[in-house]
Design a protein around this ligand. Structure first.
Ligand code: GDP
Ligand code: MG
Length: 177
C-alpha cells in the first residue's frame, strides 16, 4: 500500500506468464479495455496496464504486466518478475503442450519471486471446447497439487476474465490489509 499520504490506496504488481499464443495479451486487453484482437501480434512497448477496483471502500490498483512476446525466446527476465505479488499462469485448453509447460513456468516464477505470490492457473480459450485437449479435471488437479487457484477463461467471449483477475487481486488484498 502507498501509505505515504495516509490514503487508502493499494498498488499490486501482477504478472501474466505462459507459452506463446495462449492468450495472455488478450486476457489483459479484455480485462483492462474490454478489447479482443483476433490477429494480435506480440505487443511491443506496452509493459503493463493498470486497472482499478474497489475493495472494502479502498481503491485497489492492479498493475498487470504482459510479456511483450519475450517468452518465445525463453528469456523472460528477472526484471519482469521483480516486485510481483500475483501471477496468472496461462495455458490454452486446445493445445496440450502449453499445459505441459506450466510446470516450467511455475519453476521460473518460484526462482524469481517471493513464495507469497498469489497464483492462479488459467486454462484459456474455453470457447474452443470442441478442440479441447486438456480436461477441466486435469487443470483443477494440477492447481490443487501446486496450491494455485484455478479457472477456465475465454478472452474471446469474456468468460471468467474479470473473475480470474479479481480473485487474484482480492487474495493479495486479503494478505496485506
Ligand atoms: P499471447 O502470445 O499469449 O499473448 O497470446 P495472444 O493474446 O496474442 O493470443 C494468441 C492468439 O490466440 C490470437 O490469435 C488470439 O486472437 C487468440 N486468442 C486469445 N485468447 C483467445 C480465446 O479466449 N479464445 C480463442 N478462441 N482465441 C483466443
Ligand atoms: Mg502476448
Amino acid at each position: 500500500s502507498s501509505d505515504e499520504e495516509g490514503g487508502d490506496e493499494y498498488l499490486f504488481k501482477i504478472v501474466i506468464i505462459g507459452d506463446s499464443a495462449v492468450g495472455k495479451s488478450n486476457l489483459l486487453s479484455r480485462y483492462a479495455r474490454n478489447e479482443f484482437n483476433a490477429h494480435s501480434k506480440a505487443t511491443i512497448g506496452v509493459e503493463f496496464q493498470t486497472q482499478s477496483m474497489e475493495i472494502e471502500g479502498k481503491d485497489v490498483k492492479a498493475q498487470i504486466w504482459d510479456t511483450a512476446g519475450q517468452e518465445r525466446f525463453r528469456a523472460v527476465t528477472s526484471a519482469y518478475y521483480r516486485g510481483a505479488v500475483g501471477a496468472l499462469v496461462v495455458y490454452d485448453i486446445s493445445r496440450r503442450s502449453t499445459f505441459e509447460s506450466v510446470a516450467r513456468w511455475l519453476d521460473e516464477l518460484k526462482t524469481h519471486s517471493d513464495t507469497t505470490v498469489a497464483r492462479m492457473l488459467v486454462g484459456n480459450k474455453c470457447d474452443l471446447d470442441n478442440m479441447r485437449a486438456v480436461s477441466v479435471e486435469e487443470g483443477k488437479a494440477l492447481a490443487e497439487t501446486q496450491g494455485l487457484f484455478f479457472m477456465e477463461t475465454s478472452a474471446l467471449d469474456s468468460t471468467n476474465v474479470k473473475t480470474a483477475f479479481e480473485m487474484v487481486i482480492r487474495d493479495i488484498y486479503a494478505n496485506v490489509s
